[in-house]
Each structure stands twice: as C-alpha cells, then as structure tokens.
Design a protein around this ligand. Structure first.
Ligand SMILES: C[S@@+](CC[C@H](N)C(=O)[O-])C[C@H]1O[C@@H](n2cnc3c(N)ncnc32)[C@H](O)[C@@H]1O
Ligand code: SF4
Length: 412
C-alpha cells in the first residue's frame, strides 16, 4: 500500500519536455534520484512505494530491476538533450527506497555507472544510498565505496527493542555501531535516520536512541516525527485502540531533546528534521530539493522536476518495466507549475532551512505578515535585520507548517 499518484496532465509517450525548461537552467544544479522499490519485509508504519517478494507478483523482478532502471537513465539523457538543455554534470545522486541494499552492490554500482555514462558525474559528486541495517556487510559497503558511493543513510529508527518491535523493524539494534564502523572504514560518510513518537516510547527511550546514535560518532542524523499513514497496518492498530499515539506536547518535548543533544554533540540543524556536523556533512541532494533545483527521479512512482515541469512515473514495478520494454517513457502524468504555485512551493521548502528564506523573495503581502511571526516568537528577528533572511526559531521549527500557512495568508 502506498499513496496514490497525483492527478495532472497526461505525459507524452516519448517523455519530451517543453522549451520552457530551458529558462535559467544554467543556474540550477542537477541531481538524480534512483528509486529501488523492494524490501525484505514491510514495516507496519511505512507507505513508501515498495514491495516485498510476495507483494511484487509476476512481470517484474528484483534481478532485472537494475537493467530496467538503466533504460530510463538512457531515455532521460535523450529527453534532456532533445529539449536543448545545457550539458550539466550530475552533482548529487541519491539511491532510495524501499531498501536499495536488498539489491547486490554490483547492481547499485551498475546503475551509478549508467548515470555517469549518460550525463557525467561531477568530480565532487555526492552519491548516497539508503540502507536497512540488516542489509549490509563490510564487503558490500566496501564494494559500494569502490564503485563511487560516498555516503550511506541507515534506517536506525530507535535503539530500544520495544519501540523497534512496535515499528515492526527486523534489525538488531546492537548491530548499529557495527554497520556505522564498517561504512566509515570503507570511507563512506554516514547518516542515521531516527523516528520519534512511536506509541509506547517514553522520553527516556528517545534519549537512549539519540545517545546511541551519537555514540557511533556519526556526522549526520535525520529525526522524523512518526506519521501514521492511512492504509498502513499501524493505522489499523491505532483505529482499533491497540496503539495510542503520543500528544503534541510529547512530540514537541522529543524534538527539543533531539535538538539539545544533537547540538551539544556538535551537529547543528540545517533543516527542520536534519542535523549535520558542519556544512560539509549536510546532504547536498536533499538541499537541492529544498532549494528547488532540477532532478530526475528514476524508477516506479519516482517524481522529477526540471525547470518548473514536474512529472511522476507509473507506480507499480510491472507497469514501469512494461513501458520501458515498449520503448515508452514511464511517466504517468505531469504538470507545469505556474508561478503562483511555484512561489508557494519555494516558500514551503525554503522556510524549513537554517539558511532561511531571503526576505526579498517574499511577496509584499507575505512580507507584511513577518512582524507578527517575530512577535509570536516563531521567526528570528535578529537574522531578519542582519541578513534579511527569514529563519525559524526553535519554536518556529516545531510549528513550521503554521508559519508557512500564516505567511501565505491561509490563516492559522
Ligand atoms: C526508505 S526509508 C530508509 C531505508 C530503509 N528502507 C530503512 O527503513 O531502513 C526512509 C526513512 O523514512 C522514514 N520513514 C518512513 N516512513 C515513515 C513514517 N511513517 N513516519 C516517519 N518517518 C518515516 C524512516 O526513518 C526511514 O528510515
Ligand atoms: S524497510 Fe524502510 S522502506 Fe522498507 S518498509 Fe521499512 S521503512 Fe519502509
């Protein structure tokens, strides 16, 4: 089960892009997202577009996936060339899922080579893969590093056994220090994903998870509030009263504890849910999303954004493979984002960054609402004056959606 694709216009069968994408292209970074839609088991809270072997059915397989995805990479290079876009080397690649590391390292390296062949990777390209802690070995991590990967992001989620059980995670938390060490020994930069607010998690449990993550010496942590997505097993458990969700005060206390401990350990926030030991360890790929650069999303259900045109691929791996086998673009639909929608999107994404939103990029009426947000303690008055940037205070980070709604004039 995973969320439906958006509506939108039909995408052309050859994937051709309108000439409007050329405008300002030189100034935008170009990244590639490669989706790997497979997991060994599905966690009860997760609604990502991913399939276990039994969910997958016939007509698509893990074994043939890398070759299929490489066909989309080749198609994308053709589409961008035909649109007349300037040659831009790829500054970031992010392989996400699902669990990319259920595929052999050779497949992941093969897909990366295809990206390099199609566009050329920048010399300092950041190349990340997500990984489940029980899907890597010292050998597979070394093979990824040797093949050009620079970074790995492990789904740790928690260090506390009862929390991991509620999340239906399969890995042994004792393995986390080992996988981090193996990855670092291989020369990879390491990030850990944590989830807070799982039913039954106490503030002390959350502290244990944060301290365990920090004890590994990682340079990057993402901490996400648990979202109970419709259609997941966890949503059913909550509806039946088998699980009780924490209240917003508990979630806020956990966010503040994360910020305190991570900051004290030398990891500063650079996006509402992301902390890094200095700018050199921030995830450049995600920064490019938040800064509204261009990226091509390869794989079933993947979204792409090039010069104000957004499109999304068919969702099921079988439909995806069938379209590429027939020589067609896998895009299911697309939309050309109009200026008003683009401005709102920029606001929603950029406000979440510690670098802040340049005040000059706000419309007059939005600027008029900033003073009220400063008075409410949601926006930092100092950076507004010194740098003419709108930066959230910590209270503002907890209420980032409210800040965006208020600025955009949607009311509280
Ligand atoms: C594709 S998964 C990461 C890789 C790997 N599949 C794993 O889970 O270890 C991306 C991350 O999204 C986060 N995530 C997924 N579903 C979530 C939810 N419902 N609420 C909050 N975070 C979620 C988890 O922290 C997870 O590590
Ligand atoms: S392993 Fe990751 S992608 Fe797969 S179901 Fe669990 S959270 Fe989702």
């Amino acid at each position: 089960m995973s969320p439906a694709l958006p509506d939108g216009d039909a995408a052309p069968d050859d994937g051709a892009l309108p000439s409007s994408v050329l405008e300002g292209a030189d100034a935008r970074a170009f990244g590639v997202y490669l989706h790997v839609p497979f997991c060994t088991v599905r966690c009860g809270y997760c609604d990502f577009n991913t399939y276990t072997a039994t969910e997958l059915g016939g007509g698509a397989s893990q074994a043939s996936y890398a070759a299929t995805a490489m066909r989309e990479v080749a198609l994308s290079a053709r589409v961008l060339r035909d649109a007349g876009l300037p040659e831009r080397r790829v500054s970031t690649v992010f392989v996400g899922g699902g669990t990319p590391t259920v595929l052999p390292a050779d497949d992941l390296v093969g897909m990366l080579r295809a990206v390099d062949d199609a566009w050329g990777l920048a010399d300092d390209a950041e190349v990340t893969t997500e990984a489940n802690p029980d899907s890597v070995t010292p050998r597979s991590l070394a093979a990824l590093a040797a093949g050009g990967f620079t970074r790995v992001s492990f789904g740790m989620q928690s260090a506390v056994p009862h929390v991991l059980r509620t999340l239906e995670r399969t890995h042994d938390p004792a393995r986390i220090p080992d996988v981090v060490r193996w990855a670092r020994d291989a020369g990879l930069d390491v990030s850990l994903d944590l989830i807070y607010g799982t039913p039954g998690e106490s503030l002390d449990d959350w502290r244990v998870s944060l301290e365990s993550a920090l004890a590994t010496g990682v340079d990057h942590v993402s901490a996400y509030a648990l979202v109970v997505e419709q259609g997941t097993r966890m949503a059913v458990q909550v509806r039946r009263g088998e699980l009780t969700l924490p209240d917003s005060d508990d979630q806020a206390a956990k966010y503040e504890l994360a910020d305190d401990l991570l900051t004290a350990a030398g990891l500063g926030w650079y996006e509402v849910s992301n902390w890094a030991r200095g700018a050199e360890h921030a995830c450049r790929h995600n920064l490019a999303y938040w800064r509204d650069d261009d990226w091509w999303g390869v794989g079933p259900g993947a979204h792409s954004h090039v010069g104000g045109v957004r499109w999304w691929n068919v969702k099921h791996p079988r439909a995806y493979a069938a379209r590429l086998d027939a020589g067609l673009s896998p895009a299911a639909g697309r939309e050309v984002v109009d200026e008003e929608a683009a401005a709102l999107e920029r606001l929603m994404l950029h406000v979440r960054l510690a670098e802040g939103m340049p005040l000059d990029e706000l419309a007059d009426d939005e600027r008029g609402r900033v003073a009220g947000l400063v008075a409410d303690g949601l926006v930092d008055g100092r950076t507004l004056l010194t740098a003419r940037r709108l930066v959230l205070t910590r209270r503002g980070r907890l209420l980032a959606d409210l800040v965006v709604r208020t600025l955009a004039g949607f009311g509280a």
